[in-house]
Design a protein around this ligand. Structure first.
Ligand code: HEC
Ligand code: HEC
Ligand code: HEC
Length: 428
């Protein structure tokens, strides 16, 4: 018996040593690559790639120099800060070779062989072509250098142990790059590349498991990110965007608004402002073509465009037998009804229509609460629309009640938002 125990114990000790050796073994130098000639065409291509991949959104603080880093990402186990990726030799990536840059973006290993956390979405960028990554580097090298030392991360043990990321990668790193599907047309393939590699849509829209790995079997079926719900964007007609025309999708990605589909807020508005609004019409159509072909998923709220509570209401008031929560109705009447008509239309502009949107059919009202706290504005070919922030003048209880009323009245679902949820969203 003791012998068996000691064999098991020795095996366990050897296992731990082997695992530690794998994790902490220094990575070798990055594989050398042939540098492309730095022509103006290459740099222009790199700029477009940087835009489509939205590097700037994460590597810039509000009001800070572009690409100089410092943006904080709050995770359950601490805070991580994006580094400076301007060509400053001392504090940026000015001294990096093309090979080191390629390895960082596609494999998540930095120039001195340390593991990078998947907050840099290399699980998607892994699919980028080497040519695109090198063009991107050529563009970054033309930017003004910012002297901005990196902010140290504040992660708790064991998450502060970078070598452990190697095990994470064994489980969750995609095995292969992007391979075009010869049986599909060129615009579908272009859309697939834009969605899965450059645009990294799945980093927000694909659910994650407890270990932060993407559940690739449920790609694009919806997830909560930075306190917002990134909706199901698969081809399902009720839970996803299968009911949207390709033109609606392209319009939404261009301006953040499509008639009858609502306005983009939060992280999606940021992705549109920095990145998607600057893509060519052909690329936006390609994204739409690809999204409309994705396997349908029925996860997430299904927006009912015309629940009974709406058809019985008018522009100026709810149905006489309105069953919505009376407190929430009073808040809505006082704070919201001047712009959002009771029958789901907008009072002054159709852009303020509230029917048929996933936000208002979500029982937790996550995006309703965020929009009410932060306010919103949108500029589209249809015009400019604005909603003020209610953060300062309304309590957590009032905002939760209004959100629940909106979900019940406009979405036909039963609202479950609590004042605690609002307090949490305020702190985000
Ligand atoms: C979703 C946010 C996000 C996006 C998008 C993003 N990054 Fe990052 N990036 C980060 C974070 C956070 C880190 C720090 C990771 C760490 O400390 O392990 C990082 C690290 C890096 C590094 C390593 C720098 C160093 O000094 O070690 C490089 C290079 C880099 N990113 C380049 C890019 C490029 C190029 C793009 C666009 C193709 C991009 N990133 C897009 C968040 C992002
Ligand atoms: C940084 C996170 C993030 C990224 C990256 C992102 N999205 Fe989103 N997306 C969101 C959030 C959050 C919403 C919800 C916005 C709202 O309700 O106002 C959203 C909403 C949408 C919607 C509207 C869905 C609906 O039913 O109303 C579409 C379409 C969409 N995203 C497509 C995309 C595509 C295509 C990409 C990649 C090119 C992408 N998103 C990348 C976070 C993201
Ligand atoms: C001054 C006019 C105004 C007031 C007051 C107002 N809103 Fe809005 N709201 C708008 C407009 C315009 C939009 C659409 C454009 C946008 O999002 O910028 C909008 C968008 C929204 C959305 C997002 C819909 C989507 O597209 O996803 C929600 C939810 C919402 N409002 C709820 C409320 C609630 C709840 C209140 C009251 C607490 C309120 N609004 C008060 C004008 C207003």
């Amino acid at each position: 018996m003791r012998r068996v125990l000691s064999v098991i114990l020795s095996l366990a000790v050897i296992g731990v040593i082997v695992a530690a050796a794998i994790a902490y073994w220094p990575a070798g130098p990055a594989r050398a690559v042939a540098a492309p000639a730095r022509t103006p065409e290459l740099i222009a291509r790199g700029q477009y790639i940087a835009t489509a991949a939205d590097c700037v959104a994460c590597h810039t603080t509000e009001g800070g120099q572009l690409y100089a880093g410092g943006r904080a990402f709050k995770l359950p186990f601490g805070t991580i800060y994006s580094p400076n990726i301007t060509p400053d030799r001392e504090t940026g990536i000015g001294g990096w070779t093309d090979a080191a840059f390629l390895r960082a973006v596609k494999q998540g290993v930095d120039d001195d062989g340390q593991e990078l956390y998947p907050a840099l979405p290399y699980t998607s960028y892994h699919r980028m072509s080497d040519g695109d990554v090198l063009a991107l580097k050529a563009y970054l090298d033309t930017l003004p250098a910012a002297h901005a030392p990196n902010h140290p991360n504040a992660l708790s043990f064991p998450f502060n142990q970078r070598p452990l990321v190697r095990f994470w990668k064994i489980l969750f790193m995609p095995r292969s790059g992007f391979a075009p599907d010869a049986s599909k047309p060129a615009d579908w393939n272009r859309g697939a590349y834009l969605v899965t590699a450059l645009g990294h849509c799945g980093e927000c829209h694909t659910p994650r498991n407890l270990m932060y790995g993407l559940k690739t079997g449920q790609a694009l079926s919806g997830e909560t990110v930075q306190g917002w719900s990134a909706w199901n964007i698969t081809s399902d007609p009720h839970h996803g965007i299968g009911g949207w025309g390709a033109g609606d999708i392209a319009a939404y990605l261009k301006s953040g608004y499509a008639p009858g589909r609502g306005a983009a807020n939060g992280p999606m508005k940021e992705a549109i402002d920095y990145s998607l609004s600057k893509l060519t019409p052909d690329d936006l159509t390609a994204i739409a073509v690809y999204l409309k072909s994705t396997p349908a998923s029925d996860r997430g709220p299904a927006a009912d465009a015309n629940p009974p509570s709406l058809s019985a209401s008018t522009l100026t008031g709810p149905a006489s037998g309105d069953t919505g929560d009376a407190y929430g109705r009073r808040v809505f009447e006082g704070a919201c009804a001047s712009c959002h008509a009771w029958n789901g239309q907008g009072q002054q502009t159709p852009m303020a229509a509230l029917h048929g949107l996933p936000s208002v059919a979500d029982p937790k009202g996550i995006n309703v609460i965020q929009t009410v706290l932060r306010g919103s504005s949108v500029t589209a070919p249809e015009g400019h629309a604005f909603m003020p922030s209610f953060r300062a003048d309304y309590s957590d209880a009032e905002i939760a009640a209004a959100a629940n009323y909106v979900v019940e009245h406009f979405g036909g679902a039963s609202g479950r938002a609590t004042p605690k949820d609002v307090a949490k969203a305020r702190a985000q």
